[in-house]
Design a protein around this ligand. Structure first.
Ligand code: NAP
Length: 311
């Protein structure tokens, strides 16, 4: 596909992230043209809306790509139809509810010869590449990840998030795992995971575990309970005693306790630039390490049932 031709894209699932990030990023991108929305609820928009991808194709809509922004456990049908029609596929994080399901989606796309992009938007936060450069020149010894946000503030009414396949506090927490595995591409493993699960839902509201790679240990806490301040931070220390604090979800960085530098928010702009490159070159990018780590934590967690929550 030439670099001049706009990539005609449909967004599938028009919820919070589609409205907050995908639609503005597509609108501002020189590479994409929004051709349709696939939605059960979208209205008052200036592009055609269809209840399914099949219905869009039946109506004669021509698409080169789809961005799937539904919850992770309901993506198979859209991937199947998109692959069959030769559309490149962008998957919001996490790519699927399980590693096995993710591999099936990848095989569907590979078999049809279409690019598939399992996105990890947090890796595009403005200070992650500088943090990665620090990691390349230091030997990691220890660290701490704190990923705390109030579920009722950021995810009100998202019932799916609290059901099997919805990940609970790992929905934001997996962003930390995606950043860490990009900073330091070692074979991380999860040790001693423990979860608090409210009595009226299936997914954890908080989680604690240690991430281990070689001699490096990272104490990790995810928490979805109300908090005075949202905290999305990764603190790392090297064997030589150097320190790196990557905070604000990867958009603020301090080295050795020095001044905090911040970059502009541009995660989804960068993510769509990457997707355009993949669509035009016909390549795929599909990293499941953060999902594998989350799955390992779920498989081995010691669970404590806590009081009920309001969603
Ligand atoms: P959301 O607000 O609940 O939106 C999901 C949308 O998917 C719904 O509005 C609905 O759109 C569609 N959908 C299709 N089948 C559904 C089903 N069975 N149950 C619920 N919705 C269904 O969720 P979101 O926050 O946008 O998250 C969607 C994905 O983006 C998740 O994988 C999440 O991890 C990821 N993400 C979210 C954020 C965030 O800050 N919220 C940030 C980054 C990534 P229609 O009514 O249009 O069909």
């Amino acid at each position: 596909m030439s670099t001049q031709t706009p990539i005609r894209i449909a967004v599938v699932g028009v919820g919070k992230i589609a409205r907050d990030q995908h639609l503005p990023a597509i609108r501002d991108s020189p590479d994409f043209e929004l051709a349709a929305l696939i939605s059960r609820s979208a209205c008052n928009v200036d592009v055609p809306v269809f209840a399914s991808l099949d219905a869009a194709f039946a109506a004669g809509i021509i698409l080169d790509a789809v961005a799937i922004c539904t919850p992770p456990n309901v993506r198979w049908e859209a991937c199947r139809v998109a692959s069959r029609h030769g559309c490149a596929i962008l998957l919001e994080k996490p790519p699927a509810a399980t590693v096995d399901e993710a591999r099936i989606l990848k095989r569907l796309a590979n078999h049809a010869g279409v690019p598939i992009f399992a996105t990890w938007h947090a890796r595009y936060a403005s200070k992650v590449s500088e943090a990665a450069a620090w990691c390349r020149t230091h030997s990691l010894l220890s660290g701490r990840i704190d990923w705390f946000e109030d579920a009722r503030k950021w995810h009100p009414g998202q019932v799916w998030l609290w059901k099997e396949g919805g990940f609970g506090v790992f929905d934001p927490g997996i962003n930390a795992l995606s950043i860490l595995s990009a900073l330091h591409s070692a074979d991380w493993r999860i040790s001693e995971p423990s979860f608090d699960v409210p009595s009226n839902v299936e997914m954890p509201i908080s989680a604690k575990f240690t991430l281990i790679a070689g001699d490096a240990l990272i104490e990790t806490k995810f928490d979805f309970r109300p908090t005075a301040v949202d905290t999305w931070s990764i603190h790392l220390e090297s064997i030589e005693g150097a320190r790196m604090d990557l905070t604000e979800g990867g958009s603020a960085l301090s080295i050795d306790g020095g001044v905090v530098s911040r970059g502009q928010q541009q995660e989804y702009t960068a993510l769509y630039e990457r997707f355009a490159g993949l669509v035009r070159s016909g390549e795929s990018e599909f990293d499941i390490i953060p999902l594998q780590l989350a799955e390992d934590a779920f498989a081995n967690a010691k669970t404590c049932i806590v009081g009920p929550i309001t969603i």
